[in-house]
Ligand binder design. Sequence first.
Ligand code: AP5
Length: 215
Amino acid sequence: MNLILLGPPGAGKGTQARRLEDTRGLVQLSTGDMLRAMVAEGGPLGQQAKEIMAAGKLMPDELMVSMIAERISKPDVKNGFILDGFPRTVAQAEALDAMLAEKGLKLDHVIEMRVVDDVLVERITGRYTCAKCGKGYHDVFEKPKVAGVCDACGSTEFKRRADDNAETVTTRLAQYHQQTAPILPYYQGRGVLKMVDGMAEIDEVTKQIEAILVS
Ligand code: AP5
């Protein structure tokens, strides 16, 4: 099964994709994570990604398309994948269609996670992850069971993303509305677009997604 989780920054794409990885054995393909790995490696491309992401702008389509083309050629995606953060423009969506057709693959569902902007700002500015294992938390919505200790690995070190500040979030939301939202009618026209209420509690959103996957 091949899916796209589509939604604005903070809609819960990463949260739900990680759950689907665990429950369904699908591979999460997060372009944001790939870019953050590129930044950590350094080099000119990493520096470019660092600056563009810190400004809340989008990376060039050609780079993102070649990154995904390379990734979906790897053997671990053969049982299915979840695209998280890609496509983000109509040009990326068109390129994805062409690359899937070339590989004889198809998209089963494109799931829009709908959340209003005010809630997104609160979600993103409160988000943090374990510095050791990467498990995600939130100051209000998803706290560790023991304060200051990671549930998964016991680490006491946490980190926040450089672009998770109120100013950058405003730009990221504007980019979403201008550049990414036009993808929705694109997929609606292909009959694969479904919608979930991303404002619901995390478990409830998971249930809504599962209902789509078994439909
Ligand atoms: P990326 O890393 O993809 O960030 P994003 O799309 O802005 O999305 P986020 O990861 O911020 O949010 P999410 O929807 O995964 O939410 P999460 O599950 O964490 O991209 C970063 C940057 O990289 C971009 O700005 C761009 O520069 C560049 N980039 C990436 N891909 C690109 C591409 N294809 N083309 C060009 N540039 C690209 O949830 C957020 C928080 O809310 C968490 O704390 C979570 O616990 C909480 N939460 C989740 N769901 C719920 C719920 N239902 N109720 C309450 N809390 C919830």
